[in-house]
Design a binder for this molecule. Structure first.
Ligand SMILES: *Cc1c(COP(=O)(O)O)cnc(C)c1O
Length: 403
């Protein structure tokens, strides 16, 4: 069925939205193969975003831990510091091609908002970003960035004043102004055709990584590891290897304070089936179908749903989904900083943490490729606080106090 991955996906939205989604799908299918459009995306990715991003072999960690060779795909080195810009740029160019002169988006932690504000500034497109007032108070530097970049930042005071409420406002705006407005969704989530569009635009990560690893090693890696929030960086790198049955694909979700606690964000590990953001997928919900609160130290992983394609890939068995908790992610963050001179985003640290556990169990001729989805500058305060708390906790544990 169109718009589904097996039983997952679809467009479970209000009638008023269906026409917008159909128009977007129609225009996307028409434009995506257009040579002028593809060339424009490629040129800006090269000259502005800084693609191709490098593939970095790690030297010190494998020599300390033993086991497999490790490579990082360096999305942290893109302009604005994360993979989100790949999708924001291509969707903004698509919007302009369709004749929209205005873009609306919502943002939680502000990362997607910054990427959208950046490309709108570059392309001279009017940009409106909705953000929950509570989120905005927690993310002052991103609020400042969006304002400097010229975005019209609209704080949402309804409901919990977080991402869910911002999504509601952005969609209301889109329905009202669809004649000249594109809704720019930031991950491979939401109703059809967004999961497909975002996956297509992020597949550049996997295309490059495949070429680079073949150049370096003459073969595909044995494992590809990526963190999964909504799932866009993961599907982007997986798509480079998904038709290669010998490559094991691993998606890492956030176990927060523990996968057995109620404070995590791992619907692919502990979720059940339901509809979230217009899409049938694994999600975290209570017995009455109410969306549960999630927790992760990484703001980009703190989401109760997941892109429908990942739900499909889980059930089909092609991808294995697992989880890493806050503590393990912090440790990996610190280890990569100290040992390889790279400051990873806390989201990406989840993938790194899994790779650090996996690599020593493998033989030296194995290759593990990790998608480093973003850089950690944005996470500095949280990481420092988290590491201090961890040090105190470990001291208490040493002294035999149970906490
Ligand atoms: C937003 C974000 C993520 C999570 O989003 P996906 O759509 O799952 O990729 C991961 N890493 C970084 C650095 C992010 O900013």
């Amino acid at each position: 069925m169109n718009g589904f991955f097996g039983q997952f996906g679809g467009a479970f939205v209000a009638e008023t939205l269906i026409r917008n989604l159909e128009e977007l799908e129609h225009e996307y299918e028409r434009i995506k193969e257009d040579a002028a459009f593809r060339n424009e995306v490629a040129a800006i990715l090269k000259h502005f975003v800084g693609r191709p991003t490098p593939l970095t072999p790690l030297h010190r960690i494998p020599s300390k831990l033993g086991g497999a060779k490790l490579y990082l795909k360096r999305e942290d080195l893109t302009h604005t510091g994360a993979h989100k810009i790949n999708n924001a740029l291509a969707q903004a160019l698509l919007a302009r091609k369709i004749g929209k002169r205005r873009i609306v988006a919502e943002t939680g932690a502000g990362q997607h908002g910054v990427a959208v504000a950046t490309v709108c500034s570059l392309l001279g497109i009017e940009c409106v970003v909705y953000m929950g007032a509570v989120d905005a108070a927690r993310q002052a530097p991103n609020v400042q960035r969006m304002k400097l970049l010229g975005a019209d930042l609209r704080l949402v005071h309804a409901g919990q004043q977080t991402l869910k409420d911002a999504i509601g406002e952005a969609i209301r705006d889109w329905i009202t102004n669809v004649h000249d407005t594109h809704y720019l969704l930031g991950s491979a989530v939401g109703p059809h055709p967004f999961p497909k569009i975002v996956a297509d635009f992020q597949s550049i990560i996997g295309e490059e990584a495949r070429e680079q690893i073949w150049e370096a090693e003459g073969r595909s890696p044995d494992y590809v590891v990526a963190c999964v929030g909504g799932g866009s960086n993961a599907i982007g790198i997986f798509n480079g290897f998904i038709d290669d049955p010998d490559v094991k694909l691993i998606g890492v979700q956030a176990a927060g304070e523990g996968i057995e606690s109620s404070k995590h964000a791992a619907p692919l590990v502990k979720g059940s089936l339901g509809i979230v953001q217009g899409s049938f997928t694994y999600m975290l919900q209570d017995a009455y179908g109410q969306i549960l609160e999630t927790h992760s130290i990484a703001p980009g992983l703190d989401y109760p749903g997941v892109g429908p394609q990942h739900s499909y890939l889980k059930d089909s068995g092609r991808v294995e989904y697992t989880s890493i908790n806050d503590r393990e992610a912090l440790k990996a963050f610190e280890y990569l900083c100290r040992t390889e001179g790279i400051l990873p985003a806390l989201e990406s640290s989840h993938a790194v943490a899994y790779a650090l556990k996996l690599a020593p169990t493998l033989s030296e001729d194995k290759i593990v490729l990790v998608n480093l989805s973003g850089r950690g500058d944005k996470d500095m305060n949280q990481a420092m606080e988290g590491l201090e708390r961890l040090a105190q906790l470990e001291q208490l544990e040493l002294e035999g106090v149970t906490v």
